[in-house]
Each structure stands twice: as C-alpha cells, then as structure tokens.
Design a protein around this ligand. Structure first.
Ligand code: DC
Length: 231
C-alpha cells in the first residue's frame, strides 16, 4: 500500500474503547508516529495536583494554572518496547493512570486555555509527517482535515469490564460499579462540555468493537487505511 509522506489518522471515541490499543497497533503496522493526546490532558491534571491547583471539593484555581500553563512541557519517549510520557523531565506514565488523575482529568480538559495549549502542541507534533493521534477532538478540532478519521465506540458494559480488569492489577479494591460510574461520568462530561465536546465528525468511519478482539479491529482499521489510500 502506498502512503503519502504526510498522512494523518485521527482516532476519537469514548473512554476505554481501546482507542490507544488500536492506534498503537496501527502505528506499529504502518510505521507511523503515535500520539496519545489523553496522556497529555492527564499530565496537565497531574501537574495541577502537584501544584495545588485543586482546592477543597476539587475547586480549580484557574488563574494559578493559567499562570503556569506555559511552563508545562510534555514529551513522549520510546524506551525499548515501552512508550513513556514525560512531564517536565519526569517519567509519569504510571502516575497519570491513577484514580486521583482519572477522576479529575475531565475538570482540567474542559478548560479552554488548557485545550488551546495542548491543541497547539498536538498540531506541532502532527507536522512530523505520518502520524496517528487518539483522543476526543482530533477529527473535529485538532485535525479537521485528517486523511482518515476513525470514531470508536463499544457498549458501557464491555468498556467497564476492560477498564476494571486493567485497574484491578494496581488497585485490587476497585469495584466494577466504581469504574462504571467513573466512565459514565467522564463520557457525560466529555460529550456535554462547551469546549470541543466529544462527537463523531461527519466523515469519520465508525468502529464498534464491542464484539471485536484486538486483531479483528486492527484489521478493520488497516482495511480503512487501504481504502483511503487506494488510487
Ligand atoms: O483517553 P484518556 O482516557 O486517557 O483521556 C483522558 C481524558 O482526557 C478524557 O476524560 C477526556 C480528555 N481528553 C480530551 O478532552 N481531549 C482529547 N483529545 C483527549 C483526551
């Protein structure tokens, strides 16, 4: 298959739709750079936690965060097989998946100045050439002219089970209901926020992976790339 030097694939969808598994798999298969934009919002949330931006009842001190936003440096580095998220020089790949961050990330990702900063960074990263990004607003806002847009979904039960399995490895006491509640609340906040709400771009191809395993969904995506690049 011939893929042009510049080719952007946008993958959007709900939380725990294994978007990142698909995006990583596709990047490996096609030799693309993969950018996990959710990890960037998580890194800003961790930064906010570490710098006392959250007050009582998780009230956000927006002015404080705004004053520090340009000091936040986020990079991705590949070490052997592992991809690391680096926040101001520190590897934070583990910390950004903690419940403390997961429960607050929607509060941070709805802030206009945060989105503005991260979207600019994502566009810069996208300039690299053959790039695949996953997130919530990639096909609608970050790269509305992406060469291929994929929108992923799966039933809430399937998504909760996936995230629960993953969470239990680190947090054995977490319950199915807690995970379901966190996902439902994040979906609600992601789809109803004023700034760049999660929605399917009109020209995005839908993949519902409730009944697909990793290999099958990867094949569906490869077929989509092939169709898009067919002359
Ligand atoms: O994909 P994830 O679960 O790691 O994303 C974490 C949060 O970041 C998610 O609740 C929504 C937000 N997000 C966003 O608003 N825009 C993106 N492009 C990516 C993630």
């Amino acid at each position: 298959m011939y893929i042009p030097e510049k080719f952007i694939i946008a993958v959007d969808g709900y939380s725990s739709c294994v978007k990142s598994t698909l995006a990583k798999g596709l990047a490996k298969e096609l030799g693309f750079i993969y950018i996990d934009t959710g990890a960037m919002y998580r890194a800003v949330t961790l930064f906010a936690l570490d710098n006392d931006v959250f007050g009582a009842d998780d009230q956000i001190n927006e002015n404080l965060l705004r004053s520090m936003i340009d000091d936040i440096k986020i990079e991705f580095k590949i070490n052997a097989e592992q991809r690391d998220t680096i926040l101001n020089g520190e590897i934070v790949s583990g910390k950004i998946r903690s419940p403390q961050v997961s429960n607050r990330v929607s509060l941070i990702s709805k802030l206009k100045f945060v989105r503005k900063r991260l979207v600019a960074l994502q566009r810069e990263m996208g300039d690299a050439g053959r790039v695949i990004l996953d997130g919530r607003d990639i096909g609608t806002v970050v790269f509305p002219k992406a060469d291929l847009k994929i929108f992923m979904t799966a039933s809430i039960e399937v998504r909760t089970n996936r995230r629960w399995k993953e969470m239990k490895l680190k947090y054995p006491n977490v319950t199915f209901d807690e995970v379901k509640e966190n996902l439902t609340e994040r979906d609600r906040m992601d789809t109803t926020r004023k700034e760049s709400p999660l929605k399917r771009a009109e020209d995005a191809k839908l993949i519902d992976n409730s009944e697909l395993d990793r290999k099958q969904q990867l094949q569906v995506a490869i077929d989509l790339v092939e169709k898009t690049t067919e002359i």
